[in-house]
Design a protein around this ligand. Structure first.
Ligand code: AQP
Length: 351
């Protein structure tokens, strides 16, 4: 069966096409991160587009991270990127805190973004819950640092999962306001790239909640570090309803758990959900779940095995991230220096 059609990227008028995206090392990578983001990152790299990928460790600390675990998770995420197909000689791969332009531009964008814009961010509301007085200021300012991540590279396209759409709209608003305030055509207005059958992978325990690395229940997600047996067990135990799969895609409406498993199957197989339904029309979950488990193991096991191999040499991972940071800095620093000039900061330190 054929792969779902990929939409060609629309070229912006004055800016060359450049992709930027990132993932927080706030836990282990999940199947959601893989299908919604990482798989797309690899595709864009393989299409020959200039790609800059970042482990956003400064975003991760908007919620407290144990320092030992954060270092481990950052290396593990880097291993996940490489194991999934990111080639650090073709893509730039680094961790955010090694390129200080992100934090510097993030501050400038804190002075561009409006409180009202930030207050409307649903991810902040979801993460802060009823505790908004007690969460970090960084969590509130998260989208403005994210805009800095992207715009420090004048990136034009950002592959992400569905949940990041609102943050990217804010990034566009920041670029437009900066350009208008300073009467320049300096920052591109970025395009989100939200593609594939699994732009929003849901929890295996609740088809209405996003699969997330920080969900307290490990059963809710598939981690890229899970072994074959664990993946199979989690899929077989995934919450579903009692009905067989429908014979038409419309039959998945109001069946969030069934829809989620079909979407995961489609994304892993490179099919559309309609093709999966055509193949499994009328099948019971007793048939569909083992097929999905086998497919998930076949696709994920090679990645897990390679991650484990890479994690045996943490110094090599650090070297790759350091080399990526040098390349990233060479792109971001001149952009930032121009921003300082545009906004009227004196830059007179002897070099
Ligand atoms: N469930 C998901 N389905 C599809 N895409 C997803 N992404 C995350 N979860 C899903 C995409 O992965 C990229 C990196 O996300 P992130 O780690 O920066 O932040 P997040 O979206 O907040 O991911 P988590 O797993 O939920 O992290 P925590 O629990 O730390 O908040 C993004 O492109 C995102 O869309």
């Amino acid at each position: 069966m054929s792969e779902p059609v990929q939409t060609p990227l629309t070229k912006t008028a004055t800016f060359p096409t450049r992709i930027f995206s990132g993932i927080q090392p706030s836990g282990g990578l999940t199947l959601g991160n893989y299908l919604g983001a990482l798989k797309r990152f690899v595709e864009k790299q393989d299409e020959g587009i200039e790609t800059v990928y970042c482990l956003v460790d400064m975003h991760a600390i908007t919620v407290f991270q144990d320092p030992v675990k954060l270092r481990h998770q950052t290396r593990e995420a880097a291993a996940g990127f490489i194991a999934a197909g990111i080639d650090p000689t073709r893509s730039i791969l680094f961790n955010q805190s090694q390129v200080t332009a992100h934090a510097e531009l993030g501050w400038i964008f804190n002075c561009i973004a409006r409180m009202g814009w930030m207050s409307r961010m649903t991810q902040f509301k979801d993460k802060a819950g009823k505790n908004s007085e007690n969460v970090s200021l960084g969590l509130f300012a998260y989208p403005s640092l994210m805009a800095a991540d992207i715009l420090a590279y004048k990136a034009t396209h950002v592959p992400v999962g569905e949940d990041q759409k609102q943050h990217l709209e804010l990034c566009r608003d920041i670029a437009i306001k900066f350009n208008n305030d300073y009467k320049v055509d300096f920052f591109p207005v970025v395009e989100p790239v939200i593609e594939g059958a699994a732009t929003r992978v849901m929890s295996l325990r609740d088809g209405t909640a996003k699969m997330s690395k920080s969900d307290p229940s490990d059963q809710s997600r598939i981690n890229l570090t899970d072994d074959a047996d664990t993946i199979s067990k989690k899929i077989r135990k995934a919450k579903t309803d009692m009905d067989p799969l429908p014979d038409h895609i419309d039959g998945l409406k109001d069946r969030p758990e069934a829809k989620n498993l079909v979407n995961i199957y489609a994304a892993l197989a490179g099919h559309t959900p309609a093709q999966v339904i055509a193949d499994y029309a009328g099948a019971q979950f007793g048939t569909f779940k083992p097929a999905l488990a086998d497919l998930a193991v076949a696709k994920l096991e090679p990645i897990t095995t390679e991650m484990n191999r890479l994690m045996k040499d943490p110094a090599e991972i650090d070297r790759i991230l350091g080399a990526g940071a040098v390349r990233a800095d060479a792109l971001a620093r001149p952009v930032l220096e121009q921003v300082y000039d545009i906004i009227g900061m004196i830059r007179s330190r002897p070099v």
